[in-house]
Design a protein around this ligand. Structure first.
Ligand code: PEP
Ligand code: MG
Length: 327
């Protein structure tokens, strides 16, 4: 029940990643200060017809009401790649992860995209809602997505319904191009959220579903840390919020490193929140920054892990049982 904070008193917001509406209640039970990532893919999976605007609106509204006035970041559909959905009848591709996915699909299916956006915009009347665009790769893509949001707002208002006018529209940073161009994207997006699951896949060229390469797909690879660092600096320089919603945030050592890299907003599976809250309570920002600085100079994921382990593991021993058992 205590607020998330470091030993030196710096506030660290801990939020939940949610995939099903019922999990919103669970998130609050686990002490989430909001929903940092609401994945909407489930709405499109295993069904013959597209979800209607009304159906989606009721679900988004229920999620907002379940968490009271806490912030909720709804991500527009991230279908394609490893998230397959029959409703879209996607063409077979040699490399689906590099194919028609997420915002690319949304921009090719404007009616489906607009339907989802109108439902989100209508739900904005019931809480602190933000809209997040997945898999943004280029600036024109982000601009196009924002135009659709603006159009959805116009359509909702034209229908005589109430909604917020100034809904924040942010983007996932999960493709290396977005991290590299983060200073430019910081002028286009209202907030960033780091998707390290895909960032690792695309920066290290390792299929995120590959079992045989899972041990190489480490978010501690120095290239990933540099991408995170670049995006965080760009967000802070521009004064826009940045958070992380990749699975990395639910790892106690990684969470300490992320604080050192400048993150103050971590979103993860709800069950991990109490442990991560405890981990960050045992470190100070100053020492985390020094450790983060050292990791940026490392030449391998192994060296980063050693640096983190040496700095934090003795203090976090009770939180690290089973550490390294899962990716
Ligand atoms: C990510 O890529 O890190 C992320 C949070 O999105 P997803 O796992 O849904 O692709
Ligand atoms: Mg992703």
């Amino acid at each position: 029940g205590r607020p998330g904070a470091t030993a030196c008193g710096e506030r660290i917001a801990l939020k939940a990643n949610v995939e099903l509406p019922a999990e919103a209640i669970l998130a609050v039970d686990h002490g989430a200060e909001g929903i940092g990532l609401y994945r909407t893919e489930f709405l499109y999976i295993d069904r013959a017809t597209m979800p209607s605007e009304d159906e989606q609106y009721e679900i988004y509204r229920a999620v907002l009401e379940a968490v009271g006035n806490r912030p909720v970041t709804l991500r527009t559909f991230d279908i394609g790649g490893d998230k397959f959905a029959s409703t879209f009848q996607l063409p077979a591709e040699m490399n689906p992860a590099l194919g028609l996915r997420a915002v690319r699909l949304a921009l090719k299916e404007p009616e489906v995209f607009l339907t989802q956006l109108r439902a989100m915009v209508r739900a904005s009347a019931h809480g602190d809602l933000r809209i997040m665009i997945p898999m943004v790769t280029t600036v024109p893509e982000m601009r196009a997505a924002r135009e659709f949001v603006a159009r959805a707002v116009e359509e909702v208002r034209a229908a005589g319904r109430t909604c917020r006018q100034d809904i924040p529209v942010g983007m996932m940073i999960e493709v290396p191009s977005a991290a590299i161009m983060a200073d430019t994207f910081a002028r286009e997006a209202d907030f960033f959220s780091l998707g390290t699951n895909d960032l690792v896949q695309y920066a290290l060229a390792i299929d995120r579903t590959s079992q045989s390469l899972a041990d190489l797909a480490s978010p501690f690879d120095p290239s990933i840390l540099r991408l995170i660092h670049a995006a965080t600096r760009a967000a802070l320089a521009r004064g826009i919020p940045i958070s992380i919603c990749g699975a990395m945030a639910s790892d106690p050592l990684a969470a300490c490193l992320l604080v050192g890299l400048g993150l103050r907003d971590l979103s993860m599976e709800a069950a991990a929140i109490p442990e991560i809250k405890e981990a960050v309570r045992r470190i100070t920002v100053r020492e985390a920054e020094a450790v983060a600085e050292a990791t940026l100079g490392c030449d391998s994921a192994t060296a980063v892990t050693e640096t983190l382990t040496e700095a934090f593991a003795p203090r976090l021993a009770d939180l690290l049982s089973g550490y390294g058992d899962e990716a």
